[in-house]
Design a protein around this ligand. Structure first.
Ligand SMILES: [Zn+2]
Length: 316
């Protein structure tokens, strides 16, 4: 999360330095058993893994969801899996293309897994990730993005994977980037939402279309009912469907407040200054408020005015 959190100009080398200063014994995430061989790997408080991940141990193999922001964290996840089962790692699902969810792909590809993602992850992984380093991206950072392990298999709408008798449903849902997947393990009633759900955490809206996202998380829509159980967010701790609903409420509240201030003919810094205290009332204690509140307001303002850039659009 470091990269996406710190205003898109954080450098990978700083992550590497922080990681190497750590004891090799310390995991950059907390492993949480969720029952039925399903585990969530929740990023530590310092953000050493960059995002959450997880895995499912099936009858004849393992499926991993996301691969963190750096290879060190991915290697640590692989070795935790190896302590639990000798079964092969068959599949990795990337929930979206952002660097903090795909940077360890090669570790699992080298271990024999095929990486599966929505078609747009393939289109964007080596291009759209460059923007998180800003305009003065260094050559080695560009090379690092271009060397990311791209998915091997793409799907468009929905996909069912099997680990022996166990079924895992992968569904493309809109809102966060336009290339997001939700992974549901029905027999365990566990859902990995990727970054379509941030638990008590402000989201990154840089690529978002919140109008679609609010439909995905609508309390009247099909998904919250279908995915009820244990909810694993892309950032923040494991939660409940009530937490997912609360997160959807944040997007709706942000939209309403920004819309109201736009109607007062405010724009730019004046609009941000008027909206900020309003969202702080309810969400000021959420994680990443200080990093994402202002960009969230600007992104929502741009979306409502129809000027927002989407992934795949020309760079500005
Ligand atoms: Zn993320």
């Amino acid at each position: 999360m470091r990269i996406l959190r710190i205003g898109f100009f954080f450098i990978l080398t700083a992550t590497a330095v922080a990681a190497s200063a750590q004891s090799s014994e310390t995991l950059p995430f907390t492993l949480k058993p969720l029952g039925h061989g399903v585990y969530a790997a929740i990023d530590d408080a310092k953000g050493d893994a960059g995002a959450n991940a997880g895995f499912v141990i099936g009858d004849n193999g393992v499926l991993v969801v996301d691969t963190f922001e750096n290879e060190r964290a991915a290697r640590a996840l692989l070795s935790e899996i190896r302590k639990l089962t000798p079964l092969p790692i068959r599949f990795v699902v990337n929930t979206h293309y952002h660097l903090d969810h795909v940077a360890g792909n090669r570790i699992f590809q080298d271990a024999g897994a095929v990486v599966i993602a929505h078609r747009n992850v393939g289109a964007w992984i080596h291009t759209e990730n460059l923007k998180f380093f800003g305009k003065n991206i260094k050559p080695e950072q560009k090379a690092e993005v271009e060397a990311l392990g791209a998915p091997d298999i793409f799907y468009d709408d929905a996909l069912t994977l099997r680990l022996g008798s166990r079924e895992i449903a992968v569904t493309h849902l809109l809102g966060h980037t336009g290339g997001d997947s939700v992974v549901r393990i029905e027999d365990a009633k566990v859902t990995f939402w990727g970054d379509l759900f941030w638990r008590k955490t402000l989201p990154n809206l840089i690529d978002a279309t919140t109008a679609d996202w609010s439909k995905t998380l609508s309390t009247d829509g099909p998904w919250l009912k279908r995915f009820e159980g244990t909810e694993v967010p892309g950032h923040g701790d494991v939660g409940t469907i009530e937490d997912v609903r609360e997160f959807g409420g944040y997007l709706n509240d942000l939209r309403e407040i920004v819309k109201t201030v736009e109607e007062q003919k405010k724009s730019g810094d004046e609009l941000v200054a008027a909206v900020l205290p309003e969202i702080a009332k309810k969400y000021g204690k959420w994680e990443f408020f200080e990093y994402f509140a202002k960009p969230n307001i600007k992104d929502m303002d741009a979306e409502l005015r129809g000027t927002k850039r989407k992934p795949g659009d020309p760079q500005r």
